[in-house]
Design a protein around this ligand. Structure first.
Ligand code: SF4
Ligand code: SF4
Length: 87
């Protein structure tokens, strides 16, 4: 699974940026429709839950977001590990 930020709710407090032990988030540089520099999920492949479908190992970001802006989504196809790729 990958964390996803709902831009309708993110208020750019950056708690997720500081809380995540795997540096999955970074501070935003673009202004959302709501007028905030919403945080960005720029390294979802670092997440403890990457490619997990069962019980999640970590949910620090989801639990610490004061605006409940983070939820779980399945990985995008291009984010999945492709160990058999030859080049
Ligand atoms: S903790 Fe929530 S509200 Fe704060 S920057 Fe992260 S996603 Fe946005
Ligand atoms: S679940 Fe944990 S490792 Fe994954 S993005 Fe959230 S805080 Fe980071």
């Amino acid at each position: 699974m990958r964390p996803e930020i709902d831009l309708r709710y993110c208020k750019a407090c950056n708690i997720c940026v500081f809380m995540c032990p795997k540096q999955c988030f970074s501070k935003g540089v673009d202004i959302s429709e709501k007028g905030y520099f919403a945080a960005v999920v720029d390294a979802p492949e670092n997440c403890f839950n990457h490619e997990r479908t069962g019980k999640l190992i970590c949910e620090l970001c989801v639990l610490s977001c004061p605006d409940q802006a983070i939820s779980w989504k399945p990985e995008l196809e291009e984010e999945k590990k492709d160990e058999h790729k030859t080049g």
